[in-house]
Ligand binder design. Structure first.
Ligand SMILES: [Cu+2]
Length: 114
């Protein structure tokens, strides 16, 4: 009676462990009219994240995340992807480094939860 229960429990725990394996999370950000489509992105530490950046404007934008040494230039109507793995938890500012854009509102927070 106990043995099938224990076997089930062990299988269940193995399944949980398999699900806890790092998986790449995907986030899509649209850059349009001096703004990002999300001002806050939440990701998990030590889990790869792929950011898809979609510039819908007819002029250049950028995506900058200094703490992760990410500096992407996006030409008009360009889409780009970058994958990185945040190791430290905390809140980090992302912004567009095109002159004047951050001041106009192109900034947000990347929140890395432990
Ligand atoms: Cu911009």
């Amino acid at each position: 009676m106990l043995r099938p229960f224990l076997t089930s429990l062990i299988l269940f725990l193995l399944l949980l462990a398999a699900c806890a394996e790092p998986q790449t999370s995907r986030v899509t950000l649209t850059l349009q009219e001096m703004g990002f489509s999300q001002n806050e992105i939440e990701v998990s530490a030590n889990q790869p994240v792929t950011l898809r950046l979609n510039n819908k404007d007819g002029y250049a934008h950028a995506f900058d995340l200094d703490e992760f040494d990410i500096h992407l230039q996006l030409a008009a109507a360009e889409t780009a992807e970058i994958t990185f793995t945040p190791t430290d938890s905390g809140t980090f500012t992302f912004y567009c480094s095109s002159p004047g854009h951050q001041a106009a509102g192109m900034a947000g927070s990347l929140v890395v939860v432990p």
